[in-house]
Design a protein around this ligand. Structure first.
Ligand SMILES: [Zn+2]
Length: 450
């Protein structure tokens, strides 16, 4: 790779990239303005807008999206008649969770053991830097041969759908021949991977009520219908004995035909404790990318400290169901709702309310853009062949873009390999991955221009 001029340029730009990522990570741009002030997100958006202007982007704007956040847009016109590529990233981040649990402060980019630690370093502020590096490398080596549009979302982690709705209202804005979503990640460090499927998701809130008010468990327990017990029972009905997800009427037998994920590798990536088994049936890849998966995200009930001897009158839970391509998220939602209603015991009153939804996504890997990316990855990662993997998370915008621009090809790459520990404590990015993927993206743009 050292003989490639684009790669040499990217390598020389890496110290500057680190300084820029340090600035970007320092913004506490969590798009939940009850937790973090909106000014932090605005400052991050302005930083990106300034960076785009400095690279010669035109029409740079902070777009006010319907969820009260801002996405940053810009366009770098290419040669006459050139194809258009849309590059995506997001600047909002997950909250740091327990700040004291971080080895180094979450909003101070810190180098340790060859990685750069900080919230958003990989997901997805590093993706912003990757796009900038790729464009600078091309500009230093003959120019950018395509028209580039950039959209950097401000609320991806919130699932509030601001950019999706904005894009639907302004369908001409993001038109492109190919879309590169820089918010995925290699299967492992050093193995070039495009994500070809994303699971969709439905999110429901289930409430159970049994009594006019809480009762003393000494006096009434045993005969009085306990709402918390009813909730526990109905939630448990969503899993088989082996932990597989069982929603009445929802297929859970599909198989994954891409890259295989060994149980050993998965245990290590997920940091499963010794002696604890995995859940589900089929291969690990089947479970992650081809079959539905339910998770109870939260339960409202008394905390242990301060709990009283009571039979509970009411309890509620937030339930997420991830759905693979081939399953319609709306249909899955209905089945989940019906399942929860049917399996609630003792005639308890149950209400199920849908609070979120995103459709699954599947890419067309036979397209010219995929070939251009495979050739670029082969140069950026010498000796490796580009792999296809799925990703458990959803990026709802993917479906919006696929729906708005059915002829556009969509590629998902990025810095969120397993060691990045995105969304967790001590998130980090691999500088080598940033370097190689920036080279890959630059060469992809060149290959794709033809
Ligand atoms: Zn992300």
């Amino acid at each position: 790779m050292s003989s490639n001029p684009v790669a040499e340029t990217v390598a020389s730009l890496l110290p500057r990239a680190k300084a820029e990522l340090t600035e970007l990570v320092a913004f506490r741009s969590v798009a939940d303005f009850e937790q973090f002030p909106k000014s932090e997100s605005e400052a991050a958006a302005n930083w990106i807008a300034d960076a785009l202007r400095a690279e010669g982007f035109v029409d740079v704007a902070l777009l006010d999206t319907p969820d009260g956040t801002q996405s940053v847009y810009g366009c770098l016109p290419g040669p006459e008649g050139a194809k258009t590529v849309l590059l995506y990233a997001h600047y909002d981040v997950q909250p740091p969770l327990d700040e004291a649990g971080w080895t180094t402060p979450p909003f101070e980019l810190t180098e340790r053991d060859g990685r750069w630690y900080g919230r958003g370093s990989a997901d997805c502020k590093g993706g912003v830097i990757m796009h900038l590096l790729a464009l600078r490398a091309l500009k230093a080596n003959g120019g950018v041969p395509v028209t580039v549009k950039i959209i950097v979302e401000g609320s991806e982690e919130q699932g509030t759908g601001g950019l999706e709705r904005y894009a639907e209202q302004h369908p001409e804005l993001l038109t492109a021949d190919t879309i590169v979503i820089g918010d995925a990640g290699n299967f492992r460090v050093g193995l070039p991977t495009v994500t070809t499927i994303l699971r969709g998701m439905t999110l429901v809130r289930v409430s159970v009520e049994t009594l006019a008010g809480n009762l003393h468990s000494g006096q009434f327990g045993g005969a009085a219908p306990d709402a918390l017990a009813a909730l526990i029972r109905v939630l448990d009905s969503l899993r088989a004995e082996d932990g597989s997800t069982t929603v009445d009427g929802l297929d859970a037998s599909a198989v994954w035909d891409g890259l295989e994920y060994t149980e050993e590798q998965f245990r290590s990536d997920a940091k499963v404790l010794d002696g604890v088994g995995l859940t589900g049936s089929g291969s690990v890849a089947d479970r992650l990318w081809a079959r539905p998966a339910v998770t109870v995200l939260g339960i409202d009930c008394p905390p242990v400290v301060g709990a009283t001897p009571s039979v509970h009158a009411g309890a509620r839970a937030l339930v997420s169901l991830r759905v693979p391509p081939g399953v319609d998220a709306t249909e899955a939602s209905k089945l989940l709702q019906a399942h929860l209603e049917t399996h609630t015991p003792w005639g308890a009153r149950v209400t199920v309310e849908q609070v979120g939804q995103g459709q699954p996504f599947r890419a067309d890997v036979s397209s010219p853009a995929y070939q251009a990316m495979a050739d670029a990855m082969a140069v950026a990662y010498p000796g490796e062949t580009m792999q296809y993997a799925g990703q458990g998370g959803s990026i709802p915008l993917c479906n919006t873009l696929a729906g708005l621009y059915p002829d556009a090809e969509i590629l998902l790459i990025g810095l969120s390999e397993p060691e990045a520990r995105i969304h967790a404590l001590n998130e980090s990015v691999s500088p080598q991955e940033l370097e190689r993927l920036s080279v890959a993206e630059a060469l992809f743009l060149r290959n794709y221009a033809g």
